[in-house]
Design a binder for this molecule. Structure first.
Ligand code: HEM
Length: 504
């Protein structure tokens, strides 16, 4: 299109716009600014713009207005939000700079969770802890050593579910809890009211309260941590003292049981026994490391896996056609005389695609876990200042229609054939040097739960007065987000299928 066609006024305007955009691009290249975002107020910044529920939806909206990387300031603290895979990958390439964690005064420092992997600052200690986890579950082959335990625990789960079909949620919790306690400490948990599970779940519940944004003033004004407990307003210090004891019990009690088993030569294979049995020099520092690494696994691994499994059951209620295809594949390859297991995985491409789509469709950690920049950096021409908190909107990446057309539909066929869509595992497990170290275990647990459940059960709508209750998929609030409670129905596919899960 030539200027003569536009007319002189329009041509003048076009030139002016071109010049201004060049100047802006030039200024951006020499003095980088924070990424764009909603305009805040003096001093308090964007306090009133911040959503207090389902933040990922507001951040996704901001990305449409301001772009893939946007930012806000809260009382002077910059918060950078990454809304696309490309933006996250840019930061991924400079992993060490963007892999610290923000400090949480109440939950992290006063209660003690900054001693666990998820909240540890980035540095040599974190790398050491992650190395220990890596040896336990850091690769598909490392996880391979625990597949027999996984399959056995999942069979017991199906058995329990068949007798208590309305307890899906509680039974999934038991499945993940028993597996992690066994792998980490070699502890066999009781079917009901297990004291170790109670200890760990109580401590983790305390942490969830302690880390709720805005719940404790000490997170906004860290100087308050010097307030004496008896001083008016010092009640949070009493809570912190009690919760810190619960945290220490969670770390010490199961570890001591495992240690006793090692001393008496009765320890089953576990993370703790493997770390201590063959170690020649066991120093107190080493014991501290192993204890706190072990104490990190339940909190990070149980609820997340349960959420993904919940998402799968919901998807099956809503998509009977997907369920039928997956069951037909299992029936054709495995037959009716045995339960499928991990060894069948490579022969079940559609079931695998169901696993993959489950990780995308229901997003377990919609905003991941916040990172923190340890030095100034420039990404995409924007300044990411030292100390900025970085949030990856994983939910938006997993529901980006450019990457996953029709993103709210559960469709395993996305990953089958020649032109497959991106593997959601690239996003669902976070980024940089903090990427989830439990992803291989999570993937194996999800696959085993899915393949065995589909072989044995039909998962359908619950009925009320002859009318199917059609659930809606909605994420709950929180760092780890579950599907909102939904009604369902599970029943064994046949007497033969039921017989496959018999036993204690
Ligand atoms: C479907 C299940 C799971 C999902 C979706 C998931 C997702 C995530 C995400 C998004 C993060 C934050 C990464 C980041 O900061 O960028 C994370 C961290 C972590 N996950 Fe997982 N996870 C799952 C299961 C597990 C399991 C089974 C374990 C271990 C038993 C585990 C252990 C951890 C640990 C220790 C961290 C903290 C890593 C660090 O801060 O360096 N996760 N996970």
């Amino acid at each position: 299109m030539s200027f003569s066609v536009l007319g002189p006024a329009a041509a003048g305007l076009a030139v002016a716009l071109l010049v201004v955009s060049r100047i802006l691009a030039y200024r951006k290249s020499i003095t980088p600014y924070l990424p764009p975002g909603p305009r805040g107020l003096p001093i308090i910044g964007n306090v009133f713009d911040m959503p207090n529920s389902k933040q990922w939806l507001t951040y996704a909206e901001w990305s449409r207005q301001y772009g893939d990387i946007c930012s806000v300031k809260i009382l002077g603290q910059p918060l950078v939000i990454l809304n696309s895979a490309r933006a996250m990958e840019d930061l991924d390439r400079k992993g060490a700079t963007y892999s610290d964690r923000p400090k949480l005064e109440m939950g992290g420092e006063l209660v003690g969770y900054s001693k666990t992997v998820v909240l540890m600052p980035y540095g040599a200690a974190l790398r050491n802890y992650r190395k220990h986890i890596g040896r336990l579950i850091g690769s598909a082959s490392a996880v391979g050593k625990y597949l027999d335990i996984e399959e056995e625990e999942t069979r017991k789960f199906l058995r329990r579910l068949s007798t208590s079909p309305n307890e899906l949620s509680a039974q999934l919790r038991k499945l993940s809890g028993s597996l992690i306690m066994k792998m980490t400490y070699g502890i066999e948990v009781l079917a009901n009211n297990d004291p170790f599970v109670t200890l760990v779940e109580d401590a983790n519940n305390n942490f969830n309260i302690a880390s709720t944004p805005g719940k404790f003033l000490v997170d906004v004004f860290p100087v308050l941590r010097f307030l004496p407990e008896w001083f008016p307003g010092g009640g949070f210090k009493t809570l912190a003292r009690e919760w810190s004891k619960a945290f220490n019990d969670m770390v010490d009690v199961p570890y001591n049981v495992a240690w006793q088993q090692i001393l008496t030569g009765t320890a089953p294979r576990s993370f703790v026994s493997a770390a201590l049995e063959n170690e020649e020099k066991i120093t107190s520092e080493y014991i501290y490391e192993i204890k706190h690494t072990a104490g990190s696994l339940y909190g990070a691994g149980a609820d997340t896996t349960v959420s993904a499994q919940h998402g799968f059951f919901l998807a099956m209620v809503l998509h009977p056609e997907v369920q039928k295809l997956a069951q037909a594949e299992i029936d054709a390859f495995v037959g009716p005389d045995r339960l499928p297991g991990y060894a069948d995985r490579e022969h079940l491409p559609y079931v695998n695609a169901v696993v993959t789509e489950s990780l995308r469709w229901h997003n377990v950690a919609p905003l991941g876990v916040p990172h923190r920049a340890t030095e100034d950096g420039v990404i995409d021409g924007y300044l990411i200042p030292k100390g900025a908190i970085i949030i990856a909107n994983l939910w938006n990446m997993l529901h980006d229609p450019e990457v996953y057309p029709d993103p709210f539909t559960f469709n395993p066929s996305r990953y089958i054939g020649k032109e497959t869509q991106r593997d959601p595992r690239h996003f669902a497990f976070g980024f940089g040097r903090r990427v989830c170290p439990g992803m291989h275990l999570a993937d194996a647990s999800l696959y085993i739960c899915i393949v065995m459940s589909l072989a044995v059960f039909d998962i359908t709508y619950a009925m009320e007065d002859g009318v199917p209750l059609v659930p809606v998929h909605e994420n709950t609030n929180g760092t780890i987000s579950h599907p909102k409670p939904y009604k369902y129905n599970v029943k064994p596919r046949s007497a033969k299928a039921f017989s496959l899960i018999s036993g204690p």
